[in-house]
Design a protein around this ligand. Structure first.
Ligand code: HEC
Ligand code: HEC
Length: 368
């Protein structure tokens, strides 16, 4: 019978063979899938840190919800935390301290392009643009260690500086403007606020999370060309292609502060030093980043620092800075130096050899 059929349809044996092969293949495939499921561990769900950049309102202010979110990120109890404003109720200096806080957060309202205290006596930036969350953010250049460490000797001026001098340093350099009179209501309020922030910090100590978090040196010089690419893709949307930021609708303050140009910090400012810029940006930018949720690689942070600090900005007469040239930091970009390295290397790096040389020089000096 089968013979008959075979003669009826000469293809039948081929079809049977083929379908056998298909069955075997399917069985093999299922076996493989089972093996795979049993022996290959499921990939761990990747922890994705999604940060929604808080968006400021038309006046450049952030909503309470956005601020709460930023706080949550940094509340890892090992770090310094600012005292709670609600505890000020019984404080006789409450009004003054709150005025100081407002001066830090909304500096432009008082000294900016339409300033209430002085008209345009600064570049229009807020202290808070660089001392984030009114100087309270962990590794956001906060003020936790100011009251505890000032007055102190600073090699930049070669003198003992008190808080008034230090505050005016930032007015004259970071805000490229005029300093305040020590006895003015505004200076007194700013210093009261900074003292209140640091009131629980032991004299002479710096709490965990103060100032900037450390960043490893690169083995190479930082590269403005590479930094430009970082800038275009990760900074420009807010700080703009011309680096000049965005003023709010009323033109009273910056919604996005400038990074270069005539309204930016001058070349005597702290951020003009490459290490300060790279550390600030690595742990705080793009907006929403923090020390435990960074968005830039170390290389990107150093390279974008090199790019931004190669753009035009106001100049300051800093001839009197660093009266002892052997105390100039490794990244002070203006000579002369005692360490034998060039201005170019002091500006872009590699910094490690300079730092090592300076440490050696210090040691040798101590031995004498
Ligand atoms: C463009 C950024 C920028 C702005 C704006 C700015 N600062 Fe600063 N400030 C810095 C940097 C950077 C440092 C640290 C510099 C260093 O250590 O070399 C600093 C340091 C300080 C310190 C000392 C901190 C410490 O722990 O020793 C005080 C106080 C201070 N600034 C106050 C102010 C005040 C008040 C304003 C507003 C009038 C202001 N700053 C605006 C960048 C800025
Ligand atoms: C989503 C918008 C946004 C992005 C993107 C962003 N920034 Fe900012 N940046 C801000 C705002 C807003 C501030 C001021 C923060 C404040 O006042 O609380 C700021 C402050 C700064 C400051 C200090 C103030 C100044 O103007 O000198 C620097 C430096 C800075 N950003 C650099 C960068 C760099 C570099 C990048 C890219 C890697 C970047 N930012 C990306 C919004 C942004």
């Amino acid at each position: 019978m089968s013979n008959e059929k075979n003669t009826d349809n000469p293809l039948a044996p081929v079809v049977i063979k083929l379908s056998n092969i298909i069955i075997v293949l399917v069985v093999l495939l299922i076996a493989l899938l089972i093996l795979f499921a049993v022996f290959v561990p499921a990939p761990k769900a990747e922890k994705k840190i999604e940060i929604e950049a808080p968006v400021p309102d038309q006046y450049g202010n952030f909503s309470d919800a956005a601020k709460e979110k930023a706080k949550e990120i940094s509340v890892a109890s090992l770090f310094w935390q600012a005292p709670d404003v609600s505890t000020l109720e019984a404080d006789p200096k409450k009004e003054e301290i709150l005025y100081g806080k407002d001066l830090i957060a909304h500096t432009a309202d008082y000294f900016g392009p339409k300033g209430k205290v002085f008209l345009a006596s600064t570049n229009g930036m807020n202290c808070q643009n660089c001392h984030l969350d009114a100087g309270t953010k962990v590794f956001g250049n906060n003020y936790s260690a100011v009251a505890s460490t000032y007055p102190k000797f600073r090699a930049r001026s070669g003198a003992i500086e008190n808080m008034y001098k230090r505050v005016n340093d930032c007015f004259e350099r970071s805000l490229n403007g005029k300093g305040l009179d020590t006895n003015s209501k505004e200076m007194q309020a700013i210093v009261s606020y900074i003292k209140w922030l640091g009131k629980d910090v032991a004299k002479g100590t710096k709490p965990e999370g103060s100032g900037f978090k450390d960043l490893k040196f690169l083995d190479r010089a930082s590269d403005p060309e590479k930094g430009k690419l970082v800038y275009t893709s990760k900074c420009q949307s807010c700080h703009q292609a011309n680096g000049e930021g965005v003023l709010n609708g009323d033109k009273t303050a910056f919604t996005y502060p400038p990074l270069w140009g005539s309204n930016s910090y001058n070349d005597g400012a702290g951020l003009y030093r490459m290490s300060n810029f790279a550390k600030f940006v690595k742990y705080n930018m793009p907006l929403g980043a923090s020390h435990d949720a960074t968005q830039l690689s170390d290389e990107e942070a150093w390279d974008v620092a090199a790019f931004v600090n190669s753009q035009p900005r106001p100049k300051k007469d800093i001839k009197k800075d660093w009266p002892k040239i052997e105390e100039k930091p490794f990244d002070h970009p203006f000579g002369p130096y005692k360490d034998g390295f060039s201005e170019k290397q002091h500006k872009f790096g590699p910094f490690k050899p300079i730092k090592e040389k300076l440490d050696e020089m210090k040691k040798a000096k101590k031995k004498v």
